[in-house]
Design a protein around this ligand. Structure first.
Ligand code: 13P
Ligand code: SF4
Length: 304
């Protein structure tokens, strides 16, 4: 491990590279990253980065967003097979069908989606910005995809119809492992802990929570709620980050199997290899990138 980190440091300098990581990444990847954050923070940081190369330690849609925001930079995704099963629900066919059914409704697309879906969307949001952005829209009906649980979270807090596109889109990690069953078990095991839940979790799990928010919003809530112990209702990588930020607070994932296999496909070894070879690079078709960028920029602007 030490030798890999030494090699990485050499290559980071040589390539003038910036390592941008998500809160769910492996501990050793979080430890070498220049920045670790949620999807909104990753996009904001990607927009400002002054380096020749960006390495995205996250899943494919995060690498695509970084590339669209940095068309002239080399953007590396060390493991192209690191996808997001939730994103895959948002197909072009699904979007076309719902646009036919609701021709006047804007399409608000969750960042966990393929770049082709973003190119067909009006606005791109993240879990941290979805509620704020949708609240600002004047439309009475809004198409929202692909996460049905985040769509439900927003629908409960706005005075408009939020149509899930498609009605069955969900993240398997949150749907099945951040379910009321696992949260109840975690609460029994760690009595007295506050429960923070990601809005990708099912409605019944959200109803059990003391706080609902994106991964970084949960981290902030730990500082603000001031409890001694927390269960973080999301992927287990966030607990590592929380323990680093708050060493005197007890933090637990719902279960030690609450793992996003795709996030864990990015390893130190693969990061070093990609910096050595400058491969695999993220490529996005120019016309798709142009349309997707408009929707991403609009979402970033409305999120402020
Ligand atoms: P955040 O933007 O809240 O970090 O969520 C990303 C994600 O993939 C959640 O599963
Ligand atoms: Fe996708 Fe779920 Fe993994 Fe997040 S945790 S990247 S939504 S599969």
């Amino acid at each position: 491990m030490e030798e890999l980190v030494r090699k990485l440091e050499e290559l980071r300098k040589k390539r003038r590279a910036f390592i941008l990581a998500h809160n769910y990444q492996l501990p050793e990847v979080q430890d070498v990253a220049d920045y670790v954050g949620d999807s909104l923070e990753m996009a904001r940081v990607a927009k400002e980065v002054d380096s020749d190369v960006i390495v995205v330690a996250g899943v494919r849609f995060m690498a695509e967003v970084a590339k669209v925001l940095n068309p002239d930079k080399v953007v590396l995704h060390p493991e192209p097979a690191s996808g997001c099963p939730l994103a895959d629900y948002m197909t072009v066919e699904v979007i076309k069908r719902f646009k036919e059914l609701y021709p006047n409704a804007p399409l608000v697309t969750y960042v966990n989606s393929p770049i082709e879906a973003k190119a067909l969307s009006d606005i791109v949001v993240t879990s941290a910005s979805a509620l704020k952005v949708v609240s600002k829209l004047e439309d009475e009906v809004v198409l929202f995809g692909p996460d049905k649980n985040l769509a439900w979270y927003v629908s409960q807090r706005v005075d408009k119809e939020v149509v899930p596109v498609p009605p069955w889109g969900r993240c398997p990690v949150h749907e099945y492992l951040v379910s009321p069953y696992y949260l109840r078990k975690a609460k029994e095991k760690h009595p007295g802990c506050k429960l923070l839940v990601h809005p990708e979790a099912p409605p019944k799990s959200q109803e059990m929570a003391d706080f609902i928010g994106s991964t970084s919003q949960m981290l902030k809530a730990i500082g603000e709620l001031g409890a001694e112990c927390y269960i973080l209702g999301t992927e287990e990588g966030l607990s590592y980050r929380a323990r680093k930020l708050y060493p005197n607070v007890e933090v637990y994932p719902p279960d030690n199997r609450t793992i996003c296999i795709d996030m864990k496909k990015i390893t130190l070894d693969k990061i070093v290899k990609s910096l050595e070879t400058l491969k695999p690079q993220v490529k996005v078709d120019e016309s798709i990138a142009k349309r997707a960028l408009e929707a991403i920029e609009k979402g970033l602007e409305l999120a402020t």
